[in-house]
Design a protein around this ligand. Structure first.
Ligand SMILES: NC(=O)c1ccc[n+]([C@@H]2O[C@H](COP(=O)([O-])OP(=O)(O)OC[C@H]3O[C@@H](n4cnc5c(N)ncnc54)[C@H](OP(=O)(O)O)[C@@H]3O)[C@@H](O)[C@H]2O)c1
Length: 315
């Protein structure tokens, strides 16, 4: 198994780099990667040529156009088109080159906005999506169905993993395009540095969210790689959620900010609650190991080590 050729698409991203780190730690030596500058995965011909020359045994799809509510709302077309192209090209080339395993990563926004909580895999396509990120969600749902179709028609041992909100080292901390947790870490750290000034946060603080440390997700990908899973689709999460207000207070405590938190309820809250049912993956023998406070501490430590380079990046 350790000599299999493994292609990690998106190896420089938050998720891809955590997976690369995990596999190297586990002694996997035959890893292949390309940056988006070296291989634009929206280009089918370049992707096919890469697969024909490298013929990977295992393909991990962690490449995608990713972003928070603001980015999804502002750039709907590339969030749909680019993600469709990237996954279609990777899944199709894997099948044509007889890759023995593909692990396709999506996210919990695939489920209907008002589905019962916690979200079960069988709730897929049972109701309307959250409008702000429907473009990205529709692309990921198409990817899930491609994987399911290849399992059914060609008995492919391919699987889709749907992580909940992820956070950790190498996340995107840009306030324009990042997710809620990295944005909070940056805001509280900036405010602490400026003498504990007030921190303005979006919405009411009432929505409830689930967060998984990205290194736990990498561990789930390793588990899915080394085991043949029964089903085509699995939720990956902790099965626990907290309010955005509780999250803010936890980040405030960890960053050492002693000032005020203000809530701008003119800004959207997004989905009221988004908690995953993680029993299917648990029944296969995998569950998470890093609690939220420990994960945020590790992430903040990484943020402080890379703060200057983070503050220079303009998206
Ligand atoms: N972040 C989350 O909270 C979260 C939650 C659930 C699921 N996920 C899933 O995890 C996956 C990765 O997310 P992430 O947070 O790691 O994103 P990220 O940090 O933005 O990384 C995205 C990666 O995709 C690559 N990429 C983007 N467009 C490409 C293209 N046209 N050609 C080749 N490579 C391209 C980028 O390559 P370069 O670096 O070379 O440009 C980058 O390495 C996504 O499928 C996402 O659905 C993420």
């Amino acid at each position: 198994m350790k000599n299999k050729k493994i292609y990690i698409a998106g190896h420089r991203g938050m998720v891809g780099s955590a997976i690369k780190h995990k596999l190297e730690q586990e002694g996997y030596k035959n890893l292949v990667f390309r940056t988006s500058a070296e291989l634009n995965l929206t280009n089918q011909q370049s992707t096919d040529e890469f697969f024909a020359s490298e013929t990977p045994d295992i393909v991990i799809i962690a490449a995608a156009r990713v972003g928070g509510i603001l980015a999804n709302d502002k750039y709907p077309y590339p969030f749909l088109y680019d993600n469709l192209q990237i996954q279609n090209n990777l899944i199709n080339a894997s099948h044509k080159q007889n890759a023995e395993k593909v692990i396709f990563l999506g996210s919990s926004c695939i489920y209907p906005k008002l589905a019962d909580q916690p979200l079960k895999e069988e709730y897929l396509l049972t109701g309307p999506l959250e409008p702000t990120n429907q473009w990205y969600a529709v692309a990921k749902i198409a990817g899930i169905k491609l994987i399911e179709a290849l399992r059914r028609q060609h008995n492919r041992n391919y699987v889709s993993l749907m992580p909940t909100n992820l956070y950790g080292p190498r996340d995107n901390f840009d306030l324009e395009t990042s997710h809620v947790l990295p944005a909070m870490i940056r805001k509280f750290d900036d405010a602490r540095e400026n003498g504990h000034t007030p921190v303005p946060l979006w919405g009411s603080g009432k929505p409830m969210r689930e967060f998984l440390y990205v290194e736990d997700l990498a561990d789930a990908v390793l588990f899915a790689m080394e085991n043949n899973l029964e089903q085509s689709l699995y939720n990956i999460g902790t099965g626990k959620d907290i309010t955005i207000k509780e999250l803010a207070e936890t980040v405030q405590k960890i960053t050492g900010h002693e000032g005020e938190i203000t809530w701008d309820s003119s800004k959207p809250d997004g989905t009221p609650r988004k908690l995953m049912d993680v029993s299917r993956m648990k029944n296969e023998g995998w569950s998470y190991s890093t609690d939220l406070e420990e994960g945020i501490r590790n992430t903040y430590r990484w943020f402080l080590e890379h703060r200057e380079s983070i503050k220079e990046v303009k998206m």
